[in-house]
Design a protein around this ligand. Structure first.
Ligand code: GAL
Length: 420
């Protein structure tokens, strides 16, 4: 008798639960630019987890590395009064969207899930506007990596370089042996990605901060900046003639296939090696860009949620926000993406040596001040300044402008962008 009634109660409870979750099943339309092999595998984890919770994922993927196309698409949707419910937006741009008053406040999810304790303060600062959580951090990418094919180096009898002088010696040998020394994609953000690593490698952390974070024209118009531009030109010398316009993941695949020896790229490149079934230390080697072994240029991906009226959609947004910082998502997503978890308390054992190195360096550089935001990946300066920097870097890279002139132009462009 008692058994029967508890069964009835249980059935009713399950039925009620199903009804509630079906009633609250909402949809999130998610704008992102994760379309390469590794990126798609990583974002697929979030899609699946959200679906498991009973919500729908409407994919709004806009391809194009580093998200310039995605941001254009986002602006046009927002201008027409119809933004997606969630969007991949980073760094100072989060503040700009929040200032417009269009972002959902995520404080209750943050409170219920203890984000203030779990997220490092340097990252939390970027995600909050006026003290309120308006964005969810996803991961931490390190920019100043050099991805190498050890087999190509062996065949060319060349050493994996740790200095720019060694880089020239090794690149000459690699070229002679019939390989492409540097796999490169000639797109402005890829040029800027290589350039910012060169700036920290050539000038050190303080110089990087003064020039690409504080954007001080005096520091920019200097001999050290001239040297940085000259080094960028040296790198270009070792790229192939098909580099212009090439997507970053195609450049990574040249290293994977053994056509090229190295690529300067953030660790989303690792996602491509993983997707191709390759292992670090065996099929590929990841080392710091020459001269940058003591610095860490960081890039944190994040999502903002736009205000919506529909209760079920609000529920879906909150679920997505909660899932992103859950241990399961942080582990599986970052294993696919090549980045490291953005929150404390994640078991490291599933991660490989490259991730372990990044985790240790993230902690070490956070305490000694050499953890610095990436300019190229929207962490350091407002879009207008970043755009001005991109223009000069790409004009220099794609012309015969002298390094001296480039340093002068960069200083002038930054000055102008700041007064706009
Ligand atoms: C970065 C982004 C990464 C990666 C890369 C290439 O800006 O933070 O997640 O995907 O662009 O698209």
């Amino acid at each position: 008798m008692i058994r029967t009634s508890s069964k009835v109660v249980a059935t009713c409870v399950v039925a009620t639960f199903l009804w509630v979750s079906a009633a609250m099943a909402g949809e999130v339309e998610v704008l992102h630019w994760w379309t390469s092999g590794g990126e798609a595998a990583a974002v697929g984890v979030l899609k699946d987890m959200l679906k498991k919770e009973g919500h729908d994922w409407k994919d709004f993927a806009v391809s194009g590395g580093a998200g310039a196309n995605a941001m254009t698409a986002l602006k046009s949707r927002a201008v027409s009064g119809n933004p997606p419910t969630a969007a991949q937006v980073k760094g100072p741009q989060i503040q700009q969207w929040a200032e417009m008053g269009v972002l959902a406040n995520l404080d209750d999810v943050a409170k219920a899930n203890n984000w203030d304790k779990l997220v490092p303060p340097q990252v939390a600062k970027i995600m909050k506007y006026d003290g309120h959580w308006v964005a969810v951090p996803v991961n931490v990418h390190k920019i100043n990596w050099m991805w190498c094919n050890p087999e190509v180096f062996r065949k060319a009898k060349a050493k994996i370089p740790t200095t720019w002088d060694e880089f020239v010696v090794s690149s000459d040998k690699i070229k002679k042996a019939g390989f492409i020394p540097v796999a490169f994609g000639g797109q402005n953000w890829q040029e800027a990605t290589a350039f910012e690593s060169i700036v920290v490698g050539v000038g050190g952390v303080d110089f990087y901060v003064n020039t690409l974070v504080k954007a001080d024209p005096k520091a920019i118009d200097s001999d050290t900046m001239v040297k940085a531009f000259e080094t960028l030109r040296t790198v270009k010398k070792y790229t192939d003639k098909n580099a212009p316009g090439r997507d970053w993941n195609l450049a990574t695949s040249m290293v994977i296939k053994g056509q090229a020896a190295m690529q300067f790229m953030g660790d989303w490149a690792k996602g491509e090696f993983t997707a191709a079934g390759q292992s670090p230390g065996v099929d590929y080697v990841a080392v710091p860009v020459p001269g940058t072994s003591n610095s860490y240029l960081f890039n944190v991906d994040s999502f903002i949620m736009f205000k919506v009226k529909d209760k079920a959609a609000q529920e879906a947004q909150k679920t997505m926000a909660r899932l992103i910082l859950s241990p399961e998502f942080q582990t599986v997503f970052n294993l696919n993406k090549g980045s490291i978890p953005v929150r404390f308390g994640i078991d490291r054992t599933k991660f490989d040596d490259v991730a372990h190195r990044s985790m240790s360096e993230f902690e070490a550089t956070a305490s000694d001040g050499s953890l610095q935001p990436s300019m190229a990946h929207e962490m350091a300066v407002y879009p207008a300044v970043r755009g001005a920097m991109f223009d000069v870097i790409t004009n220099f890279y794609n012309s015969d402008m002298s390094a001296k002139e480039a340093a002068k132009k960069l200083a002038a462009a930054v000055k102008e962008a700041e007064t706009e």
